[in-house]
Design a protein around this ligand. Structure first.
Ligand SMILES: Cc1cc2nc3c(=O)[nH]c(=O)nc-3n(C[C@H](O)[C@H](O)[C@H](O)COP(=O)(O)OP(=O)(O)OC[C@H]3O[C@@H](n4cnc5c(N)ncnc54)[C@H](O)[C@@H]3O)c2cc1C
Length: 329
């Protein structure tokens, strides 16, 4: 087994997921302890632009597995491809980001290569015995669980998005193509249709800032004030389940236990009560701002800044002030 740390650099259409770039930061810190290199693995078709992006993070080597059958994500083929990269590098540690793809792929690869796995981790270190210690949130983020992944076989961990910054490096990584060889069972699952949502507004899992609206917006049209603020802040728009169930926003924007888990730098909750199921999806945000007319609303218990006012007044006023700061009319 080598001392290297392998990072799965998730990409779509030659664009690397920001969360994947962030995993290079803990990978570098771990590689400094193990005395190995940071090796990125890109899987897809083409991959020139993606490799360039990954190189800028300062990884030492980049394995590219490019094949037309890998153009879009396939759980089985990507599993086979990543297992092949693991066989080539024989790394001590493999990091993925805990995105939808990472969550789907990590356990499949762990089974395939006989690795230990910890998911959704927020801290990683090599302990005195040389094993990988990780910390992961449990019980909707109310507690942390410490897990030690045993030595002697690869340790795989998926890392929670927005936990680490994207590192900046020299960009001189070597590129090493690896041919894709299909394995038995790869075609057991076929993608028949890819329905893309509009790319106009950012996805909540990719954004540094999220402006979220609740049932109190009353209808879809009123969400315009949330979108206006989001646009000024270059933010994504999120929503509570009540707002999504009422049809004000699509469920792809739902934040919470049965929606998406987000960890942005700034989360602005507009007219959201802060039910436990909503908090489960956003309490890991670095700074939380709550706007709610009810001073007793539970959202204020997790908020860093609270505004006990009518959102229909506060949100447009905020948008206006930020527009002025940006030099707008
Ligand atoms: C199994 C299960 C899973 C669930 N999963 C999720 C999930 O993933 N995500 C999720 O969000 N919920 C989830 N829920 C639902 C959750 O319990 C709440 O019902 C939901 O989060 C409430 O949404 P809300 O805060 O928008 O609405 P409400 O609870 O109706 O709150 C509206 C808030 O807006 C405030 N308000 C009203 N008017 C104004 C105004 N003009 N200006 C400012 N504030 C105003 C009110 O004071 C109130 O606090 C789940 C529930 C269950 C049972």
């Amino acid at each position: 087994m080598s001392n290297d740390v392998l990072v799965f650099a998730e990409q779509r259409d030659d664009r690397v997921h920001p969360a994947a770039l962030q995993t290079v930061t803990p990978a570098r810190a771990l590689a400094e302890k193990t005395g190995g290199q940071v090796v990125a693995c890109l899987i897809g078709d083409g991959l020139q632009a993606a490799a360039e992006t990954v190189a800028q993070t300062g990884v030492d080597r980049i394995i590219t597995i490019s094949d037309p059958v890998l153009a879009s994500y396939s759980a089985t083929r990507y599993r086979t491809a990543l297992a092949a990269a693991i066989a080539k590098i024989d790394p001590r540690i493999v990091l993925l980001s805990a995105t939808f793809m990472g969550r789907d792929l990590a356990p499949r690869v762990a089974i395939r290569v006989g690795a230990a796995l910890a998911t959704d981790v927020v801290a990683l270190e090599i302990n005195a015995g040389g094993a990988l210690d990780v910390r992961r949130p449990v019980y909707n983020g109310k507690a942390f669980c410490h897990v030690t992944l045993p030595k002697g076989r690869p340790a795989i961990a998926s890392v929670r998005a927005n936990t680490f910054p994207v590192p900046k490096g020299e960009g001189g990584a070597t590129r090493e193509p690896l041919a894709f060889e299909a394995a038995a069972g790869d075609d057991r699952m076929e993608t028949t249709e890819i329905a893309r949502t509009s790319g106009e507004v950012k996805d909540v899992t990719e954004a540094d800032i999220i402006v979220s609206g609740g049932r109190s917006l009353k209808n879809e049209e009123n969400f315009k004030i949330i979108y206006d603020l989001a646009r000024e802040l270059d933010a994504a728009v999120g929503a509570s389940r009540a707002a999504c169930d009422a049809g004000y926003q699509p469920h792809t924007r739902q934040v919470g236990l049965t929606g998406k888990t987000v960890t942005p730098k700034l989360y602005i909750a507009c007219g959201i009560s802060g039910a436990i199921q909503h908090l489960a999806g956003m309490r890991g945000s670095k700074t939380i701002v709550a706007i709610n007319t009810d001073r007793e609303a539970p959202i204020f218990k997790v908020a860093d800044y609270g505004i006990a006012q009518d959102l229909f007044k506060v949100v447009p006023a905020l948008t206006e002030e930020i527009r002025k700061l940006h030099g707008g009319p």
